[in-house]
Design a binder for this molecule. Structure first.
Ligand SMILES: Cc1ncc(COP(=O)(O)O)c(C=O)c1O
Length: 389
């Protein structure tokens, strides 16, 4: 089934105003996402925040079902909805009982927020952080990963799609290895969710973190964590309140049995409902057609950029996603980003510090990042190319 482009563009008011190629930053939301948030904010203003949440409880609860459907989780009880992907990832990571001498394996393209948490834990607990080398084409090398696995490896934590390019790490192959060796597998799906089909059962991850505002086209300030039912009991969140844990007596508490032990009581319900609307919108279109069109547009953009003698495409990986990165000879990327923004074309710059291991290895300067979504059209790609030096 192909995507009805004129409908999705009509549904997306932002497409009338800008050519938006910053979907890996924060995508343009469709009308149902905007409406869901505004309607709830208006309800809160009209009847009171607590009363509005009570009134909308069924729709709020249904967001968990939508997310479980999106990632093919076994149950809604495996989903926690939190502030963003970093909180989701941190709540998962800091819950894992790691000890002196335990090893964490990660990828070269790992995201900065995750890596500093590794380093802090190494400093605090004496765990060892090892980076799995990449193949020649740029993906995490699963043969090397397999060879590095032993009983000291307690966690493999990898970014599915890194922030700085079109690379897709081999998530299911990593899952087979972690399963064979009994290590936990935490997948950062912040950039892949909403862009491509994600099936946690096929991938075999124990934990997965994601955000709302990027390829899912949801609101800012909302994200979610998936925690596989069978491992929830062994994970004690680093921060709890009396929603995450029942206060059972003056001296005791009991953690919730489900993934909501990673949440806390106060919530941005408008954003939560907006996230649910975003997930439902993506599911209604279908993740397969979304993924197909994103790849098609990204291939076109990469080809057109590569035709320019003054432009070098920087993406690595044997199969690429919608994040297209490039440099323009002798030009400051931040200046180009601003010049384009002045013309109503949004792209971003990926700074080496957000993926320091990969950036150091590839000697990357700040690079331009144009991330395409299915609602972009060919005319917008023409406009972007016309506007580049
Ligand atoms: C790979 C990756 N992981 C995690 C994050 C953090 O997401 P959030 O800003 O929602 O916490 C980002 C943000 O760009 C990212 O690209």
């Amino acid at each position: 089934m192909s995507i009805d482009l004129s409908k999705v563009r009509r549904d997306t008011p932002g497409t009338q105003k800008v050519c938006h190629f910053n979907n890996a930053g924060s995508a343009l939301p469709p009308k149902p996402v905007i409406d869901a948030q505004i309607a709830h904010l208006e309800l809160e203003a009209a009847v009171g925040g607590y009363e509005a949440a009570d009134q909308e409880i069924k729709r709020i609860e249904a967001v968990y079902d939508s997310i479980a459907d999106l990632i093919c989780a076994d149950s809604r009880d495996e989903i926690a909805i939190v502030e963003n992907a970093t909180v989701a990832w941190d709540m998962a990571f800091y819950s894992i009982p790691l000890q002196n001498g335990d090893r964490i394996l990660t990828s070269e393209a790992e995201y900065g927020a995750n890596f500093v948490a590794f380093l802090q834990t190494a400093k605090r607990k004496g765990v060892i952080v090892d980076v799995v080398p990449s193949t020649e084409s740029g993906e995490l090398d699963v043969i090397a990963l397999d060879a590095m696995m032993d009983r000291t490896v307690k966690l493999v934590a990898v970014s599915h799609v890194p922030t700085n390019g079109g690379l897709i790490n081999p998530a299911p192959a990593i899952g087979q290895i972690t399963k064979a060796h009994g290590a936990l597998y935490l997948l950062d799906a912040c950039q892949s969710i909403g862009q491509m089909p994600i099936n946690v059962r096929e991938i075999g991850c124990d934990l997965l973190s994601a955000t709302g505002r990027k390829y899912l086209r949801g609101p800012r300030g909302i994200g979610f964590l998936y925690a596989r039912q069978q491992i929830i009991q062994m994970l004690e969140p680093p921060i709890i309140d009396h929603y995450a844990a029942e206060w059972t007596s003056p001296t005791t508490f009991m953690l919730r049995p489900d993934a909501r032990r990673f949440e806390n009581w106060e919530n941005n319900y408008a954003a939560k409902l907006g996230l649910g609307a975003a997930v439902d919108y993506a599911l209604a279109i279908g993740l397969e057609p979304i993924w197909e069109r994103i790849q098609e547009l990204a291939i076109k953009l990469r080809e057109r950029l590569s035709e320019r003698p003054n432009i070098k495409v920087m993406d690595i990986g044997s199969q690429n996603c919608g994040i297209v990165t490039f440099v323009v000879d002798g030009e400051c990327p931040y200046k180009i980003m601003q010049q384009l923004r002045d013309k109503g074309i949004n792209i971003s710059v990926s700074d080496p510090s957000s993926t320091l291991i990969d950036s150091t290895r590839r000697k990357l300067p700040p690079i331009l990042r144009a991330s395409v979504h299915y609602y972009n059209d060919e005319g917008e790609i023409d406009s972007l190319l016309d506007a580049l030096p």
